[in-house]
Design a protein around this ligand. Structure first.
Ligand SMILES: Nc1ncnc2c1ncn2[C@@H]1O[C@H](COP(=O)(O)OP(=O)(O)OP(=O)(O)O)[C@@H](O)[C@H]1O
Ligand SMILES: [Mg+2]
Length: 392
């Protein structure tokens, strides 16, 4: 068969065929299902598509034929198509970065709950801090991942300063612990008030590390305090944690609800399950018992109805909730009878009721014998442990 090319050569030639949607070569994506070469130089290539009605079939048809015909000895190229199996699609998704945490990274975490909102300042961090403390108060093993890398506030709310978390013998970052809750925040690694400038890939890497290189251990709940808005962080986390649930915080007013709805749509788009809505700053009751609905009324319920998820709680405005957030001790611990604290404890029990504790987020696997090495040396510089985080 002198002069007729071989399979490897054809595969090499097909590396130039890029999937216009996935931006990678069809060879790298394992989409070349089969290559058959006849002695007369006719080559049959079968390409697997993600969907049968793939609109870019024509593109593949032409580029595959061109690439293969350019080889010596090839007289004709037939391009055939079939569709990836579910298993192949799952492998492809993994290649593309979805669910790319190493297996077992969060194997002992039963529930991941991302606390988000469309808008800033609606009380996500305050609620995260207090719900976590309330769950710990119910005897649960709880962690908080402060994913607000620009405006981190959990360290302050938990009275944790700029202490650098220690690194274990296995080179895992050990979360700091306060009020029975394990906490990890970018705030532990940067100077106070330092402006952290993040670019997409860096952000992705830092969050990945917060999930995979932190010794979270066995947790019933990992609460993730999201930054405001529907940007990069949420997308990144959704990619890393497709099993996470999303808890939406809103205020009673119409506009807040609208923005919250946007974040709900984002959650749905990235396939995060929305577990419920919390209405914060619901009303204000004076010491004499007079009740004011400062930010209006009913927004939380409306949003919950619209999304067909439960309204898990209505947390009133109270002075102590704000003061305690600033004082480093969650209100549910300091004054569990405060109306806001009561509402949050109620909310936490609602979460307990709806989240099963047996299901692991990822299948547990045996610790990999090779381990991960070299990425986080406990050096003494001001650099974050093991992270190439850009800091101003
Ligand atoms: N129910 C409440 N009663 C009184 N003050 C509250 C209440 N909820 C939140 N606050 C106060 O509102 C401010 C904003 O809250 P918080 O920082 O938790 O919001 P956030 O949604 O996390 O904000 P960001 O979007 O900036 O991260 C804080 O000063 C907090 O103490
Ligand atoms: Mg916040």
């Amino acid at each position: 068969m002198e002069g007729v090319t071989n399979r490897d050569e054809i595969l090499k030639a097909l590396e130039v065929v890029i999937d216009p949607e996935l931006h990678r070569s069809i060879v790298e994506l394992d989409m070349v299902r089969s290559i058959d070469i006849s002695p007369n130089g006719v080559v049959d290539v079968t390409v697997s598509l993600t969907t049968p009605g793939c609109p870019i079939k024509g593109h593949f048809q032409a580029t595959v034929a061109d690439a293969a015909s350019a080889l010596e000895g090839v007289t004709h190229v037939n391009v055939y198509f079939d569709v990836l199996t579910d298993t192949q699609k799952a492998t492809l998704q993994q290649k593309l970065g979805r669910a790319s945490l190493p297996e077992g990274a969060l194997a002992q975490v039963a529930n991941v709950i991302c606390v988000g909102s469309g808008k800033g300042g609606v009380g996500k961090s305050t609620l995260t801090a207090n719900i976590a403390a309330a769950l710990a108060g119910e005897g649960k093993r709880v962690g908080i991942l402060d994913a607000d890398v620009w405006g981190y506030s959990i360290p302050r709310m938990y009275g944790l300063g700029a202490t650098r978390p220690p690194v274990s013998a296995e080179r895992k970052i050990i979360p700091l612990e306060a009020h029975g809750v394990k906490v990890m925040s970018i705030g532990f690694f940067v100077e106070e008030d330092a402006a952290v400038v993040w670019r997409g890939p860096m952000l992705h890497k830092a969050l990945t590390q917060f999930l995979q290189d932190v010794a979270w251990g066995a947790l019933d709940y990992l609460l993730v305090d999201l930054p405001p808005g529907t940007g990069d962080v949420s997308m990144t986390l959704a990619q890393l944690l497709p099993q996470a649930q999303f808890l939406i915080v809103t205020t009673p007013q119409q506009t807040a609800q609208k923005v919250a709805r946007r974040s709900a749509h984002m959650a749905q788009k990235v396939s995060l399950e929305i577990c419920g809505v919390v209405e914060n700053m619901s009303s204000f009751t004076t010491p004499s018992g007079e009740r004011f609905t400062i930010f209006g009324e009913g927004g939380g319920q409306e949003l919950a109805d619209e999304l067909d998820v439960p309204l898990l709680g209505k947390v009133p405005l109270t002075m102590p909730l704000r003061e305690q957030a600033d004082g480093g001790l969650p209100l549910v611990i300091e004054d569990p009878d405060d109306p806001a604290a009561q509402a949050i404890r109620h909310l936490a029990r609602g979460l307990l009721a709806m989240t099963p504790l047996e299901l692991p987020v990822l299948e547990p696997v045996e610790a990999s014998p090779s381990g991960r090495t070299g990425s986080h040396q406990p050096d003494e510089s001001r650099k974050p442990v093991g992270m190439s985080l850009p800091m101003a």
